[in-house]
Ligand binder design. Structure first.
Ligand code: DX5
Ligand code: ZN
Length: 221
């Protein structure tokens, strides 16, 4: 069964703590926090003070998705802010193995993200070192985009590779009431959803509906 992970990017930023509490009550176990530097992606979002403030209000597993050009400059501050998993992009600058080591030494789980056009071959040497692979199913930078379905094949591909039993595979971007089922069917462990949850009239109910649809034993209703 795939687990739905709410992405705060589309939440109401004036009541963030309430939005998080609402997801926790609805049954979420993890929270996806998108950090953008206006350089690696054209958009800006929020930095470590927001993560730190929310950390005091929530026991959810915080996964921080760094869409920044130079993750090496940012790792320490997000570890300190309370990230449980820290995800950086393989297309960004820096020595990947070194970054993974720093994240793990800092007490967090390490994740790598790949853009839709980046093949798995670019991370095959890193798979044994990481805890999570984040497969982008939109170009990173904005919520509310349409899913690039061809990217879902990477989930299939990585799940068939040897030595990936330990790995959590997550998809991010364009999840809605239709696409959630396809994301679950390729064997995804974690499915990020931002705008579908937070732009709905009842985010808690939408989280539960997506969770039901992602449960392949449940016929998806
Ligand atoms: C996009 C972000 C996503 C975003 C997904 O760059 O990485 O996490 O919140 O938003 P939706 O679910 O609206 O596509
Ligand atoms: Zn994300």
């Amino acid at each position: 069964m795939s687990e739905i992970v709410p992405s705060l990017l589309s939440a109401d930023f004036s009541i963030l703590a309430e939005e998080v509490a609402r997801m926790e009550e609805a049954g979420a176990k993890r929270l996806h926090l998108d950090v953008m530097d206006g350089h690696f992606v054209p958009n800006l979002s929020f930095g470590n003070p927001v993560v730190k403030s929310l950390r005091n209000k929530s026991d959810l597993h915080f996964e921080v998705h760094l869409m920044v050009q130079n993750p090496a400059d940012r790792i320490d501050e997000f570890l300190k802010a309370g990230a449980d998993t820290l995800i950086f992009h393989v297309e960004a600058d820096g020595d990947d193995i070194e970054l993974i080591k720093r994240i793990k030494t800092g007490g967090a789980e390490a994740g790598i993200s790949v853009k839709p056009g980046t093949p798995l071959s670019s991370i095959s040497n890193l798979i044994s070192e990481i805890d999570l692979l984040l497969v982008m199913t939109v170009e990173p930078g904005f919520g509310g985009q349409e899913m690039i379905k061809s990217a879902l094949q990477k989930v299939n591909e990585v799940k068939r590779m040897n030595g990936t039993e330990h790995l959590l595979v997550e998809v991010d971007g364009g999840i809605n009431l239709e696409t959630v089922r396809e994301a679950a069917e390729v064997g995804t462990d974690l499915i990020v959803s931002g705008s579908t949850i937070f732009h709905s009239s009842d985010p808690s109910e939408m989280f539960k509906t997506l969770s039901r649809k992602a449960d392949l034993d449940n016929n998806g209703h």
